[in-house]
Design a protein around this ligand. Structure first.
Ligand code: SAH
Length: 407
């Protein structure tokens, strides 16, 4: 196996279980005999050693500033049952959380959350009896069949495994084989007829054409909180996607719910989901529109709401975009706060990993100050328990939200 030697003193973070080796920490790479090229192949397994030769771990080689993502610490090779052992551990954790098996109201959960489950570069979301696997590294792409095998062996409910990595693998990476398609078909119905259950609500999951793996599981707990506050309220769910927050608001007794998203496909699914869960509802309206246009047009008409949810896509996809992203968060939050009736509530989120909670809070503070409303923080929200943050890898924290009381 190829061996990567670190510069002296660069082993400290690995000894503290941080799973990334940056290219600047590498002193030299000794290729194994099979190599024709002068560098390791992207996605190949390499052994990482300190400058003194001590074994630190084994991981996937990557091209870029993160050169290796460690899969197993303190070993030279992956153990034979590595994939089964990791998937089993991830599943056991979700069982312990009460998300699976004993929970008849819920079969939607994240099984693997990358570094948070000691599997850097891998995401697995489970919907009823199928799993959607997403590779964010070439190494995980190379291992996709082993991952699928371990999932069907270790997760009793899962029969089908679909692979969906066309948008997540590094751009330009040399990838062999399909980036999307069934790894195990398992007789699962196609994505036009597929339903999954979250806290007793049914959602159509279109993993083929939908965003990410088909659904945003990370808002489950925050949706439940919206349900608690929704009774009797006129609600706007902005950036609604397939209507997650809208269904909870309807079940919570909202007087009316307006769901808005720029994607027509998403709005079609909101209507399908509302019809399935609340066939007699006459208090739900779905609108295909850009968020800024919609808020400006409604403001001009004098529309106000008791409760607004703002859950935009990541405004900053990487560090260079943070300043613009913060301006975007300020603008959209100012527009929403203006439209909240006195005594109303705003749920506002950011899923940009590059924008930390302090920066986000400052953007929301600036929005409140800009429109001159008195605002208090009721809750500080984050990603749920099936999206765990590895304490040695704080970069895994990405979702943050504030619930505000607006006077
Ligand atoms: N709240 C959703 C997830 C939101 S994801 C849930 O609970 O499932 C972000 C959504 O914002 C996507 O559905 C995307 O289509 C939508 N979106 C992106 N840009 C937009 C814009 N300018 N105006 C309105 N919606 C937008």
């Amino acid at each position: 196996m190829t061996t990567v030697y670190l510069k002296s003193h660069k082993e400290e973070s690995l000894k503290r279980f941080h799973p990334w080796v940056f290219s600047g920490a590498i002193a030299r790479v000794v290729l194994d005999a099979s190599h024709k090229a002068s560098a390791p192949e992207e996605g190949e397994l390499v052994c990482v050693r300190s400058s003194a030769g001590e074994v630190l771990g084994v991981g996937h080689w990557q091209v870029g500033s993160i050169a290796v993502r460690i899969l197993a610490f303190g070993v030279e090779h992956l153990p034979d049952d590595f994939w089964n052992e990791r998937i089993r551990a991830a599943y056991r954790m979700r069982e312990a959380l009460g998300l699976v098996r004993c929970n008849k109201d819920n079969d939607t959960y994240r099984l693997v959350h990358g570094e948070g489950d000691w599997l850097p570069g891998l995401i697995v979301d489970v919907y009823a009896d199928m799993a959607v696997v997403q590779a964010h590294s070439v190494g995980m792409h190379v291992c996709r069949r082993a991952v699928a095998k371990a999932i069907v062996e270790e997760v009793p409910q899962v029969k089908g495994v679909y692979y969906k990595s066309d948008d997540t693998l590094p751009f330009k990476a040399p990838v062999e084989g399909e980036k999307t398609g069934w790894l195990r078909s398992g007789g699962v119905p196609n994505s036009d007829e597929f339903w999954s259950l979250e806290n007793g609500l049914s959602f159509r999951i279109d993993w083929l054409r939908g965003q990410k793996t088909g659904f945003f599981i990370d808002q489950r707990e925050n949706r439940a909180l919206v349900e608690r506050y929704a009774n009797g309220k006129e609600v706007l769910n902005m950036f609604c996607y397939t209507g997650g927050f809208s269904l909870y608001a309807l079940r919570g007794g909202a007087k009316s719910v307006d769901s808005v998203d720029v994607s027509q496909k998403a709005i079609d699914l909101v209507n399908v989901n509302v019809a399935r869960n609340f066939p007699d509802a006459t208090n739900h309206t779905a609108v295909t529109a850009d968020a800024f246009d919609y808020l400006s047009a409604q403001r001009a008409k004098g529309t106000t709401y008791d409760l607004i949810i703002l859950d935009p896509p990541a405004f900053a996809k990487h560090r260079d975009a943070v300043r613009n992203a913060l301006r975007g968060y300020q603008r959209i939050n100012a527009k929403a706060i203006e439209m909240i009736r006195p005594g109303g509530i705003l749920f506002t989120f950011s899923c940009s990993q590059a924008v930390d909670k302090e920066a986000f809070r400052l953007a929301v503070f600036s929005a409140a100050a800009q429109v001159g409303r008195k605002v208090r923080i009721l809750h500080q929200l984050h990603q749920p328990q099936d999206h765990p943050i590895n304490i040695y890898h704080p970069e895994g924290e990405y979702l943050k939200g504030l619930v505000l009381y607006v006077e």
